[in-house]
Design a protein around this ligand. Structure first.
Ligand SMILES: NC(=O)c1ccc[n+]([C@@H]2O[C@H](COP(=O)([O-])OP(=O)(O)OC[C@H]3O[C@@H](n4cnc5c(N)ncnc54)[C@H](OP(=O)(O)O)[C@@H]3O)[C@@H](O)[C@H]2O)c1
Length: 289
């Protein structure tokens, strides 16, 4: 990864931090993003200590829950990085109760899908100009919770809110977004793939945002979950391996392609989600087009 610039969102914690260490150790210039400057700064020091002289690591602070903050973060990345070879949309969460962002959108959908959609759109031309380049979207096997696909009549979950179902839909949106991105990027030297990292021992579901979500059984099971380092393996593989240099529009688990649930292979839903997302984030024309 020498000479490559990589952006990892949510690089201050869990799988994102381990991904940053993995790619930094391979020689990459790693830009982590975090919503909190203090946590981000602490992570930069930790990552730098672990990668030694191999690569470099730096921080850009912005909040995926706030579209104007995402625009600011994207502008800072573009200013600092004349080339961008890998974007890893890793940040994400589950929220036990329905809340809305400053833009008025349901927060899980906004943070897990709309923020990454806007960020990717704003960075897309730089990725295309830096080709060969790769986009890696961290989804989840939890997309199977959205058996009936995305509820286009109620994407903001105003009618009924169940945390796991809303989270699953946001992860389904990650896969559909990836597929449509891959279709639109065909022939432009930029690949787009999504993945399930495994069940990983991280901050996921354990913070104040998700109070009550982790019953005792889950807490007891946690020691048997993957380490963040093992949870980062598929992200690192998709970001760096020559084996997948030409692979695009696939969903991976354990560093191998895997068929996602049928709802995640619905090309019409993927197109529709793209068009709606463009409207919701205020992009009038095809990003990078
Ligand atoms: N852990 C698992 O078993 C598992 C399984 C399947 C998929 N995943 C996916 O893996 C990804 C990484 O999660 P993780 O397990 O590593 O959990 P984590 O340790 O909680 O990390 C999540 C990261 O996302 C960041 N984030 C949350 N909200 C944000 C916002 N509004 N703006 C910017 N950044 C924000 C967090 O920042 P803060 O530190 O400031 O909160 C943190 O850096 C997520 O997309 C998750 O859905 C995890």
């Amino acid at each position: 990864m020498l000479g490559k610039t990589v952006v990892v969102t949510g690089g201050n914690s869990g799988i994102g931090l381990a991904t940053a260490v993995g790619l930094g150790a391979m020689g990459a210039r790693v830009v982590i993003t975090a919503r909190n400057a203090e946590r981000g700064g602490a992570a930069v020091r930790s990552i730098a200590g672990r990668i030694g002289d191999a690569g470099t690591v730096e921080l850009v602070v912005f909040d995926l829950a706030d579209l104007s903050s995402v625009r600011g973060g994207a502008a800072e990345i573009l200013e600092r990085c004349p080339q961008l070879h890998v974007l890893i949309n890793n940040a994400g969460l589950i929220l036990s109760e329905r809340t809305e962002t400053v833009d008025g959108y349901e927060a899980t959908f906004a943070i897990n899908h709309l923020g990454p959609f806007l960020l990717t759109s704003l960075l897309l031309k730089r990725l295309i100009d830096s080709a060969p380049a790769r986009i890696v979207n961290v989804a989840s096997t939890a997309h199977s919770q959205a058996k009936d696909g995305l509820p286009f009549q109620d994407l903001q979950s105003t009618q009924h809110y169940a945390a796991m179902r809303v989270y699953g839909r946001s992860k389904l949106a990650n896969i559909l977004f990836t597929n449509e991105l891959a279709r639109r990027l065909d022939g432009r030297g930029v690949t787009a793939n999504s993945l399930h990292p495994g069940t990983v021992r991280t901050g996921y579901g354990a913070d104040g945002d998700a109070k009550g979500l982790l019953p005792l059984g889950l807490m007891l099971a946690k020691p048997f979950f993957l380490s963040p380092e093992n949870g980062a393996l598929t992200s690192v593989y998709l970001a760096s391996s020559p084996d997948v240099a030409q692979v695009s529009g696939e969903y991976f688990a354990k560093c191998k392609p895997k068929a996602p649930k049928p709802a995640a292979r619905d090309a019409d839903a993927a197109r529709r989600l793209w068009e709606i997302s463009e409207e919701l984030v205020g992009l009038s024309q095809t990003p990078g087009g």
